[in-house]
Design a protein around this ligand. Structure first.
Ligand SMILES: N[C@@H](CCC(=O)N[C@@H](CS)C(=O)NCC(=O)O)C(=O)O
Length: 168
């Protein structure tokens, strides 16, 4: 049995660079997958109640950036100098931030919070185009969906109803 276990959900996300590092370096590890339906009972076993975590010689370690630093060193992928290692951590941190933000929008159930200024700007130009050609959206179901999201938002609904009607 391998000295190192990597425990994560059956997806790539925060564990995949670590799996790839083990595979690339040939370092032995056990890839432990927790199916989502088992998570409720497994959560209490995970450091800070989250995945991924590593088990090294029987001890558990959490936080993916800490795991990344360890795995990078163990697999000889941390760079040669301290400056290299700082750059590696820098890039990994940046990607972790991106992943956290991606997760927020991907799993956001409140449709209103998914709106960005891009949606509002697109909504507005589409309103102008619709005044010129009412069929302009017939081939663009995604844009129609975005229009619906803006119009269903209570604050937007109230604003759109009270704003002055202008041509553009
Ligand atoms: N800061 C933590 C975040 C870990 C995290 O968000 N894990 C998610 C999966 S990617 C998780 O365990 N979600 C289930 C839960 O929190 O119950 C890290 O970088 O490891």
């Amino acid at each position: 049995m391998a000295d190192i276990k990597l425990v994560y959900f059956p997806v790539r996300a925060r564990a995949e660079p670590l799996r790839m590092a083990f595979e690339l370096s040939g370092k032995k590890y056990e890839n432990v997958i927790i199916p989502s339906e088992k998570w409720a009972e497994e959560k209490a076993n995970a450091p800070y109640g989250q995945l991924p975590y590593l088990v090294v010689k029987g001890k558990k370690y959490g936080e993916s950036l800490a795991l990344a630093g360890y795995v990078a060193r163990e697999c000889g992928l941390a760079g040669k100098t301290s400056e290299d290692a700082m750059r590696v951590t820098e890039v990994c941190s940046l990607i972790a931030d991106l992943m956290t933000n991606m997760g927020k929008t991907q799993f956001e159930t409140d449709e209103a919070k998914k709106l960005t200024l891009a949606d509002l700007a697109a909504y507005d130009i589409v309103e102008s185009l619709l005044k010129i050609n009412a069929d302009v959206l017939s081939a663009f179901p995604e844009v129609t969906k975005m229009r619906g999201k803006v119009e269903e938002n209570p604050k937007m609904k109230a604003y759109l109803a009270k704003r002055p009607q202008t041509e553009f």
